[in-house]
Design a protein around this ligand. Structure first.
Ligand code: SAH
Length: 221
């Protein structure tokens, strides 16, 4: 399978799955049309790279559905050049979409194998403004805080207090909150002032569990 065919599939994905479902942000649409998702999925699933759903990436984890990535990034309402924290690097795909819009992306993955692979992919795809660290993302990245946007790509029992404190005033945090295995609500939190936060739900989603200090206790994965 060669490049041009994947390019056609990517543009069709943007039309049908992203624009067709109401994503309007020009920056988000351009980013979804630019990132070569086929290079972020595992080799044997390349043919399914533009399918309308999540795909396994190994270690019991998944690369999110393209629409969900677009929805989360649009909800961040990023200005060009913003500094963003991405928790749950996984394949690095979400970080790459963010990197098309943000100035710098700080991305944390708890599983070393995935962090290493994502770092390699992001470099090969020339996303030089993404920094990947292996560790517990529920603790954030204090040296780089505050962030204008924070996105968490795994579902937790609540928004970690540490992440709220690392959000810039006026910034948005997007994260699935709910049960460990039976689906979550996608929350958008806005920091109104030092001590005030507003919260709204963007709908039902199903993510892999967030593990760590402010996530679910470590289980089989
Ligand atoms: N954004 C990713 C989605 C990966 S799925 C992509 O585009 O491919 C969520 C990821 O979060 C998994 O790789 C999982 O290992 C990771 N994760 C779970 N809990 C975490 C934590 N506390 N800190 C960092 N990563 C975590």
């Amino acid at each position: 399978m060669n490049g041009p065919d994947f390019t056609a599939r990517r543009f069709s994905m943007v039309d049908h799955q992203i624009r067709g479902r109401g994503i309007v942000s020009p920056g988000v649409l351009a980013a979804m049309g630019r990132v070569r998702r086929e290079n972020f999925v595992i080799r044997r699933l390349r043919e399914q790279a533009y399918d309308d759903g999540p795909l396994p990436i190994g270690q019991g984890q998944t690369i999110s559905q393209p629409y969900i990535v677009a929805l989360m990034v649009e909800a961040l309402g990023l200005e060009n050049g913003a500094k963003v924290l991405d928790v749950g690097t996984g394949s690095g795909y979400g970080a790459a979409v963010l990197a098309c819009i943000a100035g710098e992306v700080f991305s944390i993955e708890r599983l070393a194998t995935l962090a290493r692979r994502a770092r390699r992919t992001l470099l090969a795809e020339r996303f030089l403004n993404v920094h990947v660290r292996c560790g517990d993302g529920t603790l954030g990245w204090p040296e780089e805080a505050p962030f204008q946007g924070i996105v968490v790509a795994a579902g937790g029992p609540g928004v970690p207090e540490t992440l709220k404190q690392q959000l810039a005033v006026g910034g948005h945090l997007v994260m699935p909150v709910g049960s460990e295995f039976n689906g979550q609500a996608l929350f958008r939190m806005t920091r109104l002032s030092r001590s005030d936060f507003a919260q709204e739900s963007l709908g039902g989603v199903r993510f892999v569990p967030l593990r760590g200090a402010a996530g679910w206790p470590s289980g089989g994965d």
